[in-house]
Design a protein around this ligand. Structure first.
Ligand SMILES: [Zn+2]
Length: 328
């Protein structure tokens, strides 16, 4: 796998500066990388650690021993700390353990890095234990706290970190990046739209999810009369996971239909069935807003444990009603 700072230039204005600082040894000892999921925070943290550990001339060279170990996630001086499989948080014991590990001499006699890919999972006690270390950092150790929820971190911890913000790419840029990683142009555009420019999220979208997006919008926006709703409701009745995915698809579809109707974005190559575009052309925007209101109502019903069939029914009946007035 290759990994380069340039790949992330669009996601933070600080990428070039990070590279320079780590290559020259001018980095600080704690960074907070904040931004939505899938914007490259963890990858850039790995690159920074790799640069600090690189023995090549033009750092990170990507070919020296430390670089290769960093790229294959086997470098003993790069610690990545995530919640254990059966837990949702990183507790104080795990934090003490990693602090003890970086307190001893590094394996390769160089820098050491600790990456928290989901820093919001650190418990307050774990954060307080980390805070003591950040106040008196061990020589040559750098901590990376990556999170999409910076408000979950103690203010005292944040104040010890240099904050670097990460942003999604435009969908065009994200699609180009996906193509460069081997995706076909059409799927790249659909996934980039679906992930709203967050490349990491787009990479996690499999073909089954793309197919579901198309299928659900085809089924739902083909409801032309209340009777059309029945087979659909019974098809979804048994499958809880599919129900939730379907509601997510419908919510995205209606939001994107609104954007298209307002002239803000096209529905082309967004991965939906043509029935959604036909709907968006035929129905006035105010009715799509009303449909969105029904979706909010359906979501609320699901939150209070009402069966999916009746929550979805609200949405489908609204679509049937609109079809009667503005057939598409
Ligand atoms: Zn190197």
């Amino acid at each position: 796998m290759t990994l380069a700072f340039e790949d992330f230039a669009g996601q933070s204005v600080h990428i070039a500066r990070l590279r320079e600082d780590f290559a020259a040894g001018n980095n600080v000892h704690a960074y907070l990388f904040a931004g939505p999921r899938g914007t490259g925070k963890r990858s850039v943290a790995r690159l920074c650690a790799m640069t600090a550990l690189c023995r090549g001339k033009d750092k990170p060279c990507g070919v020296c021993g430390p670089c290769r170990r960093a790229l294959s996630d086997t470098h003993p001086d790069i610690h990545t700390v995530l919640p254990p499989k059966d837990k949702k948080t990183v507790g104080v014991d795990a934090m003490r353990e990693v602090i003890a590990q970086v307190g001893v001499r590094s394996f390769e006699d160089g820098a050491k890095a600790v990456i928290f890919p989901r820093a919001e999972t650190l418990t307050p006690a774990a954060q307080n234990a980390l805070l003591k270390t950040l106040e008196e950092p061990p020589d040559g150790t750098v901590f990376f706290l990556c999170t999409d929820q910076p408000s979950a971190l103690l203010r005292t911890v944040v104040s010890r970190c240099r904050v670097v913000r990460f942003h999604p790419l435009s969908t065009g840029e994200a699609a180009a990046r996906l193509v460069s990683l081997g995706e076909t142009p059409q799927r790249a555009r659909e996934k980039a739209r679906m992930a709203e420019g967050c490349v990491g999220q787009a990479l996690a979208i499999d073909d089954a999810r793309l197919a579901l997006r198309r299928q659900v919008t085809e089924e739902v926006f083909s409801v032309h009369a209340p009777d059309d709703a029945l087979p659909l409701l019974s098809a979804y009745r048994e499958d809880r996971e599919r129900q939730e995915q379907a509601m997510d698809v419908i919510e995205d579809a209606v939001r994107d239909a609104l954007l298209a109707q307002a002239g803000a974005a096209s529905l082309d190559e967004a991965g939906y069935a043509p029935e959604l575009s036909a709907y968006a052309r035929a129905v006035p925007l105010r009715e799509t807003l009303a449909l969105q209101g029904e979706i909010v109502r359906a979501r609320r019903m699901l939150g209070s444990n009402v069966a999916f069939a009746s929550a979805l029914e609200i949405v489908l009946l609204k679509i049937a009603e609109e079809y009667q007035r503005w057939p598409w």
